[in-house]
Ligand binder design. Structure first.
Ligand code: F6R
Length: 600
């Protein structure tokens, strides 16, 4: 949430910053700003709205060699010009961008900054004012920076410039992602490598509470004790085309279409030299040692966890609980003797999940993270990582990461089952190949999906998704997809549950999307459809080949019953996409949301 960039060098600073912010816009998009610095001083341009709005107010003729920029997802204070970053100290000497949440900002204001008149409602302004105060008290800027950071409680990624020093960007992070990128005669700062791939693919990872001094020629990292730390850069393994839309109108549609390829990549990545599925032996051992698995995740990743529980329990016969991360600390279950935690997170940065991970590590338990982002916070702080290999997911609504999570969980469960000597009678490589082919077929049904969106969702206020057994979990994901991008009130229910209350909401024409992919519950779900039809609902039944009936609106190809969530979700993703499109919604950047939710 929120994206930061910084540049120091001889190229067109303002353009590099703006291009970088465009790449980070998925992290937050309610306001944006840049500060660029030249011999005349620091020039701040900021605006409520998107990067496009910011571009329109930036003075084209303003040349500079140093600059910082920010795209915001509001936490403290409404989206407005005043609350947009960068923020400046009273004298204008210091200018800062910040991602994260400073929990003790009110206390710091009261304790140290009583006489300061604040221009914004943000926690960020407190930090920049604090630095100015410490400098006014006689501290060198570097010392003031580090002293101020020591007073902060919470999360931050920060870039600071000083009007009296055109040669330096001061950088630090704690619990929020931030990287420094390296170039010849320039260096950069970014929340995500993809923002600066335009100028470099060499990056330095930063650790929490380090202080980093970035100049055109050098990057100096200091640890908490003030000692200089040396660190090797890594090459960002991102292809610039991975982060472009290409000919697609939206990232979401591109990412939906990428799903068959992602599944094939995952199969390749987890195959050993003998062509068998394989995962790190330490992870297999951890699974063999545990008596209960606790899956912790949020949103779409939580929905993947619900399906993952079925995979692990049915294949490996290990009990699994699935928990929403944001509730875990309050409703912490009684843990088993040898618990093993699995965190599922596309971004690997989700603050709610990380808070649980920190607690789990304090308790001395082992944790695996399943993530799309190598080197992300959750990955670094867990004992083991399983990567999704889905490539960057940029649309806020998660699609390919969800199916990648399911594929990795299926492989993980099958490898664990094999290590425990269980015969699952499922050739997972072959079955995932069938899944990838079925996905391709489904990605070719866009016109039909667009028609379904028109027929059922063009004007409706609400929509219910029902399913039984594993279809129920896919229904939850379908409902989340639809509501987050089309703003139609959509809810997923277990087929049998509707009559216990929610059926009261069914009116003439209420759309009900029912999934019928499981033979074992086929009669049950069809009975539920009859109940809602009797009350005026407009049913859209999506069934699987072999189970179809005349009344069905769409039939998905046949795959192994356990793996149906990987494909039955695709029609739901596409229907949501077209519903949002028809309602003129901003598909890739839905209101109030942001990718990578780094606040609790
Ligand atoms: C919905 C969506 C969110 C995320 C959730 C967790 O389309 O993307 O619900 O799934 O914010 O994010 P990660 O997986 O990055 O932890």
């Amino acid at each position: 949430m929120c994206g930061i960039v910084g540049y120091i060098g001889n190229q067109d600073t303002k353009e590099i910053l703006l291009k970088g912010l465009e790449k980070l816009e998925y992290r937050g998009y309610d306001s944006a700003g840049i500060a660029i610095q030249n011999a005349d001083g620091v020039h701040v341009f900021k605006e409520k709205g998107r990067i496009l709005d910011l571009r329109s107010i930036v003075d084209e003729s303003c040349k500079a060699n140093t600059g910082i920029g920010h795209t915001r997802w509001a936490t403290h204070g409404v989206p407005s010009h005043e609350n947009a970053h960068p923020h400046q100290s009273t004298s204008g000497r210091f200018t800062m961008v910040h991602n994260g949440v400073i929990e003790n900002y009110s206390h710091l204001k009261r304790e140290f900054l009583k006489d300061v008149s604040f221009k914004s409602d943000t926690d960020t302004e407190v930090i920049v004012q604090l630095i100015e105060k410490l400098v006014n008290e006689g501290n060198k800027v570097e010392d003031a920076f580090s002293q101020a950071l020591k007073l902060l409680k919470g999360s931050y990624a920060i870039a600071l410039i000083d009007a009296e020093n055109e040669e330096t960007i001061f950088v630090a992070k704690n619990k929020s992602p931030l990287l420094v990128g390296l170039g010849t005669d320039f260096n950069v700062v970014a929340s995500d490598a993809m923002a600066m791939l335009q100028v470099t693919d060499q990056f330095l990872e930063l650790m929490d509470k380090e202080i980093v001094i970035v100049t055109k020629e050098s990057v100096t990292i200091q640890n908490l004790e003030g000692e200089v730390v040396s660190r090797d850069p890594f090459t960002a393994e991102l292809d610039a085309s991975d982060i472009e839309k290409g000919t697609y109108p939206h990232y979401m549609l591109k990412e939906i279409d990428e799903q068959p390829l992602v599944i094939r990549k995952i199969v390749q990545a987890y195959q050993d030299d003998q062509g068998k599925m394989s995962i790190d032996q330490d992870i297999v051992d951890a699974m063999n040692d545990t008596d209960r698995v606790y899956i912790v995740a949020c949103g779409t990743s939580y929905h993947a966890g619900l399906v993952g529980k079925q995979f692990i329990e049915k294949m490996a016969n290990i009990p699994v609980e699935v928990h929403v991360a944001s509730e875990f600390s309050y409703n912490m279950p009684l843990l088993s003797q040898n618990p093993l935690f699995i965190f599922i997170s596309q971004s690997g940065e989700t603050a709610d999940s990380r808070a649980v991970l920190v607690r789990v590590k304090e308790l001395g338990h082992k944790a695996i993270t399943i993530t799309n982002v190598p080197g992300s916070t959750l990955s670094r702080e867990s004992d083991y990582t399983l990567l999704l290999h889905a490539g960057p997911e940029i649309a806020v609504a998660s699609t390919k990461a969800y199916t990648a999570q399911l594929a990795v969980l299926a492989i993980f469960a099958s490898v664990t089952a094999e290590s425990l000597g269980r015969d699952i009678s499922l050739d997972i490589i072959q079955e995932l190949g069938i899944v990838a082919n079925a996905m391709e077929v489904l990605c070719g049904t866009k016109e039909e999906m667009e028609q379904i969106a028109r027929d059922y969702l063009a004007t409706t206020r609400n929509c219910f998704f029902i399913g039984r057994s594993i279809d129920f979990f896919v229904g939850l994901e379908g409902a989340l997809k639809l509501k987050e991008i089309s703003y139609i009130q959509a809810e997923g229910f277990a087929g049998g549950e509707l009559k216990h209350g929610t059926i009261a909401l069914i009116e003439e024409g209420t759309p009900i999307i029912a999934l019928a992919t499981q033979e074992s519950v086929n009669l049950g779900i069809r009975g539920n459809v009859k109940e809602v039809v009797a009350r005026g609902a407009n049913p859209c039944i999506i069934s699987m080949k072999g189970l179809e009936e005349e009344e069905d609106r769409f039939v998905i190809p046949e795959v192994s019953p356990m793996l149906t969530p990987l494909i039955s979700v695709i029609p739901l993703q596409l229907i949501s996409y077209y519903a949002a499109l028809h309602r003129d919604c901003d598909v890739d950047k839905p209101r109030n949301l942001a990718k990578s939710v780094t606040v609790e």
